[in-house]
Design a protein around this ligand. Sequence first.
Ligand code: DGY
Length: 329
Amino acid sequence: MSATVYVTRPLPQELLTALAAVCELRLASGEAPLSSRNLPAEVRDCAGIICLLTDQIDADLVAALPQLKFVSSISVGVDHIDVDALTARSIALGHTPGVLVDATADLAFALLLAAARRLGEADRFVRAGQWRADNAWSPDFFLGKDVSGATLGLIGMGAIGQAVARRAAGFGMRVLSWNRTPRAVAGVVAVPLEELLANSDFVSVHVARTQQTLGLLDAARIAQMKKGAVLINTARGGIVDEQALARALDSGDLYAAGLDVYDSEPLSPGSPLLTHPRVVLAPHIGSATAATRRAMVTRALDNALAAVTSRQMPYCANPQVYEGAPPPA
Ligand code: DGY
């Protein structure tokens, strides 16, 4: 009898053909994200789960699924999954690194430009009919912050951080970086985090959310940022203290922020970030281009196909589950 694989959201049918040939695919009947508090009976006998970053695969959920052999997430980040709980049971976890680097770097730069040049405010101003003949243009009308020639500090120098650095080079920016394990990248000066915060006109976050990075930009570190700086986060919520960020914007210590990710998603209606005019907000769309999302789904399905056919996943987030296993065919 072939394995049953649970798919938490509809995926393009034509991409599913190869996997459907070797296992039974069971599509979630409901819309709610998968979680241990909301565990549908239809997943209990499944050997694999193909999920999104909104599905919460915690230790309780893993414990409730004795048949589970693999999880394949259509995301590069795996902070929605208890990786240790999977690894303890030798359950392989697939993810999708590489294919969303450029799309995410593009969005980080788009937020940087929008925050610097007040595009959100300007758009709202025009739409609200506030742009009139008597205020159509003046020397100090909608002044923003220069990007060209400014200093950009990149927190995290993985593939996305490096891709943002390449974009910054085109704007003649000086680029500083901080990475937990210092990484030499041409044209980028690696510095301690405090030095990066004190000297950067723009700071962009590109680290994964882990126990080590949770709260990395807390109130104390935000207070170390250069006066009038702009903070960009396209990595994960929880890395930046949102309340401290809102206070720094209110006091004028920071000029603006561009955010794609939040402590809780969707952003809570009570968030002070919603009302600050200099915050440009996006709804976690860093990887949201048609080609990128297709590549992510393809990569996740390749991981699932490998698992179903007893091969090692090509993009495995916990490769230690394969230690001692025979090499892939
Ligand atoms: C990921 O894959 O982790 C991204 O956040 C999706 O945009």
